[in-house]
Write a protein that binds this ligand. Structure first.
Ligand SMILES: Cc1ncc(COP(=O)(O)O)c(C=O)c1O
Length: 416
């Protein structure tokens, strides 16, 4: 009886959503109503192992009690006052971000020290907004230091968001078919091709290079660490700002606090979102003080950005990530995940870093794998026909990875 009623609840929820919500996503037939750690529960009570984490957001796992307590405590005081005022926790969160951004790590992501750099943050609400801010800081740099240069060079297969400027920055033609005209000044070159990048810089007019250290939405394609070092050198040679989009890779997703640290470089501008507040909607862009100080009152803003709830959620998340030594956990479990994925049938390549992994399949079964995975209690994600992407909550255990891998191996055998 209870089950019957709950099934009706899902049908009703689906009908309402299908009728009244814009169809900008192909939706899977499930409504998740609760979660804990790397598990999600749907409206019928079925439990799933989650290898997507709300698209890379629930860094501490679903409904983490410490973050929940911080939000609840703030909820009873004040939510939104606007950026004309000081907001509790916002400064502390920005300081914590500055310290994380200054971390020196080795190539695997183990923390080794601090650069001592001062980073200043602007708070937004999403990754795309964070990147909009990054682009504005870079163009201000071009205006003040590079004689008005405004061009932004990005990478093919990149993804930077869904606003018009971030779509223009996104180096995938499929995103440029409609909704034009886009803002001018964007060009993209193949990732890991230094000659192509150098030629684009030599062509003149650029103020910045913008990259993801591991391209997420484009199919989990890592930038080589030596390439990132060369890009830094190229920027230094020409005075360009280096923007690193850490929206997906940041906050220990790849092991290091931020993925650029594994290359031993320091960017000028870093955008972030997803994992920053363990799923509470927040975005941010940080810049080294030299660039950040070029932005003055009136240059940029956001009504909700850095609101009291987001600041509380972000500060609790970042504090917990550091206190729980999440980087070391991600390095170990990320390695385990990569090994288990490499053993799967029909996998020709495992890509990525830490707990951001992609597998290339030699059969085009990625979509049915996601559908069948859901039926089997696995939340999976595909990019195109033959890539699966894994972004579990960072608290995922080796045992949960083993369970997922065993189920996935069977599903691949069935569908291939
Ligand atoms: C690297 C990167 N940048 C930007 C974005 C856009 O973030 P949002 O969807 O929060 O606007 C994403 C989203 O997937 C992303 O992966």
């Amino acid at each position: 009886m209870a089950k019957h009623m709950m099934t009706n609840h899902f049908d009703e929820a689906k009908a309402l959503d299908d009728t009244y919500v814009m169809h900008t996503y192909g939706r899977l037939p499930v409504e998740f109503v609760s979660g804990s750690g790397a598990e999600l529960t749907d409206s019928t009570g079925k439990v799933y192992l989650d290898f997507l984490a709300g698209i890379g957001c629930a860094s501490l796992g679903h409904a983490d009690p410490v973050v929940a307590a911080a939000i609840k405590s703030q909820l009873d005081r004040v939510w939104q006052v606007g950026n004309y005022y000081y907001v509790e926790h916002r400064g502390e969160l920005a300081q914590a971000i500055s310290e994380l951004l200054s971390t020196i790590t080795d190539e695997e992501g183990h923390a080794m020290g601090s650069t001592g750099t001062l980073w200043k943050t602007f708070f937004a609400n999403s990754g795309a907004e964070a990147n909009e801010g990054a682009l504005k800081v870079a163009r201000r740099w071009g205006e003040k230091k590079l004689g008005g240069a405004s061009g932004i060079i990005t990478a093919r297969q990149s993804f930077h968001g869904r606003t018009l400027a971030t779509l223009a920055a996104t180096g995938q033609d499929v995103f440029h078919k409609s909704f034009g005209p886009f803002p001018d000044g964007f060009t993209s070159v193949a990732l890991n091709d230094l000659d192509a990048l150098a030629a684009a810089v030599e062509a003149g007019g650029a103020c910045a290079i913008m990259l993801e250290c591991v391209q997420g939405e484009g199919g989990v394609w890592p930038a080589e660490l030596s390439y990132l070092q060369d890009v830094r050198d190229l920027c230094d040679e020409h005075g360009l700002a280096l923007i690193v989009d850490e929206v997906q890779t940041g906050f220990f997703r790849c092991g290091a606090p931020f993925a650029f640290q594994m290359a031993g470089i320091e960017p000028d501008i870093v955008s972030m979102a997803k994992g920053i507040a363990s799923g509470f909607p927040t975005g941010a862009v940080a810049a080294r003080a030299e660039l950040a100080d070029l932005m003055v009152p009136g240059d940029h803003g956001s009504t909700f950005g850095g609101n009291a709830l987001a600041a509380a959620a972000g500060l609790a998340t970042v504090t917990e990530l550091v206190q729980r030594n999440m980087g070391e956990h991600v390095i170990a479990t990320g390695q385990h995940l990569a090994e288990r994925l490499a053993e799967l049938p029909h996998v020709t390549e495992v890509r990525g870093r830490g707990l951001m992994r992609g597998i290339q399949l030699d059969v085009p079964i990625a979509t049915p794998l996601v559908d069948e995975g859901l039926k089997a209690g696995l939340v999976l994600n595909h990019i195109g026909d033959s890539i699966l992407r894994f972004l579990p909550p960072l608290v995922v255990t080796e045992q949960q990875i083993d369970t997922m891998a065993e189920h996935l191996a069977m599903l691949i055998e069935q569908l291939a």
